[in-house]
Design a protein around this ligand. Structure first.
Ligand code: CA
Length: 361
């Protein structure tokens, strides 16, 4: 290519890039309604952060540009664990996180993310959309001026990363582990010390020894954080998070101010984000697991049966105690448990029986 021709082509290229950026700015500037979305995830973090991006993108596109949602990663506008308050007070109109992060506001909120030895992703969606779960969730957040919606699901998580083998429940004693929600309470009962840290702080905390162990999500996310560089053993199953629902929270006043069609778009965009996140994890975990095992030589271990049995017993205690906190907690607990019971019976002759038959060696 002649030099002049090259310069001309390069110039044309940068012109196109420039026009693209201006296009984005115009779309935001032109929108009648501008919303800020705050999230508990690092910006663009695979699966979770990109799930939040997806939610914003769907709203922007479906509104035909009338509405523009701008996404802020953790700490960009507010710290990860201030998302709930920021949306409640209207600093941002919408947030993306997980309900168990807000147990300081209401312990009952934890039922809407995940329960140790509780429902899978598919069951959570059944309960939330058709089993009365979402109505209860909305009732719980109403006094905070917030409208919640399922906004993603990780599917089955892993047990976590440890630097020592877990041979018996005694090995959990004194263990300082990052594990949020009710799973943390279960660890406490087993003699451990649960701590809650935002995802962005896990790697350095584990590497520096500030914590002894951590759970995060599943192979796709855990590989992205490089947790295999800071711990030897990767345990399963994630008894504490068998299908965690992510949440979108919308400021009620901002929602009411929307025209009816944009209200429908915002809520339906949450459904799309909920579905897509689970599909993405389902698609990406197998390859990530392969990389962890084959390339990074991660030692995959299962919790021994008696450890799981003890953890199951503690889980039941923790959940039952939560149900005794107040009348609303009991109502949510009973709704959740009734649904789980029905699902258990059906599941045993459907998914469970089928997977056993399909994958029998
Ligand atoms: Ca987790």
């Amino acid at each position: 290519m002649k030099r002049r021709e090259f310069i001309r082509k390069a110039g044309a290229g940068s012109l196109v890039v420039g026009a693209g950026l201006a296009g984005v700015r115009t779309a935001e500037a032109k929108a009648e309604i501008k919303w800020k979305m705050v999230t508990t995830w690092p910006r663009n973090f695979p699966g979770l952060g990109t799930g939040a991006n997806k939610l914003a993108k769907v709203i922007n596109e479906m509104s035909g540009g009338r509405m523009h949602v701008k996404v802020y990663g953790a700490k960009e506008l507010v710290p990860a664990f201030e998302v709930f308050d920021a949306v409640a007070r209207g600093t941002a109109e919408i947030g993306h996180g997980a309900a168990y992060y807000w147990k300081g506001k209401s312990e009952t909120a934890q039922f809407f993310s995940t329960v140790p030895f509780g429902m899978t992703a598919q069951e959570m969606n059944g309960w939330l959309y058709f089993g009365g779960g979402l109505e209860l969730w909305r009732e719980l957040y109403k006094p905070f001026g917030l409208i919640p919606a399922p906004g993603g699901n990780t599917g089955m998580q892993m047990g976590g990363w440890f630097n020592k083998e877990i041979k018996s429940v005694r090995d959990l004693k004194g263990l300082k582990m990052r594990i949020p929600g009710l799973g943390g309470e279960v660890l406490k009962r087993a003699g451990g010390t649960p701590v809650n840290l935002p995802g962005g702080e896990l790697f350095t905390s584990l590497q520096s020894g500030a914590i002894d162990a951590t759970e995060w999500v599943n192979p796709y996310n855990d590989l992205a954080f490089g947790l295999f560089k800071a711990a030897k053993y990767y345990y399963y199953p994630g008894f504490h998070e068998p299908g965690t629902t992510m949440e979108a929270i919308i400021n009620q006043k901002a929602f009411i101010a929307l025209p009816k069609d944009l209200q429908a778009i915002a809520l339906n965009a949450c459904k799309i984000a909920n579905q897509e996140m689970l599909a993405e994890y389902t698609a990406r975990n197998p390859a990530a697991l392969k990389t962890l095992v084959e390339k990074h030589k991660v030692d995959i271990r299962t919790y021994p049966g008696d450890v799981l049995e003890t953890l199951r017993k503690y889980s039941r205690e923790v959940v039952e105690e939560l149900a005794r906190k107040d009348a609303f907690a009991k109502k949510v607990h009973d709704s959740y448990m009734d649904f789980l019971e029905g699902s258990r019976e059906w599941g045993s002759i459907s998914d469970f029986a089928y997977l056993q038959a399909r994958d029998k060696a």
